[in-house]
Design a protein. Structure first.
Length: 66
C-alpha cells in the first residue's frame, strides 16, 4: 500500500511507475489523471487519490483529456 506522501511524490515527479497503481483527482477542476500526466501541477490541498477510474467517477470526477 502506498501512503499519501509517496502518492504525492509520484504526482509531482510525473512518475510513470505509479500509473496503474493510483489516480489523482483535482477538486477545483473536477478532473482525474494518471500520475504521469503532464498537466499543470495542482495544489496539494486540492488533490484526492483513488485506486480506480470507476471510484473517481463515482466521486463525481471526469477523466483527463490528455
Amino acid at each position: 500500500m502506498i501512503n499519501d506522501i509517496l502518492k504525492w511524490q509520484g504526482v509531482t515527479s510525473n512518475d510513470v511507475s505509479f500509473d496503474g497503481r493510483l489516480l489523482y483527482a483535482v477538486k477545483s477542476t473536477g478532473v482525474f489523471c494518471r500520475p504521469s500526466c503532464k498537466s499543470r501541477l495542482p495544489l496539494k490541498e486540492n488533490v484526492e487519490f483513488f485506486d480506480t477510474a470507476e471510484a473517481a467517477q463515482k466521486a463525481g470526477y471526469r477523466p483527463c483529456k490528455r
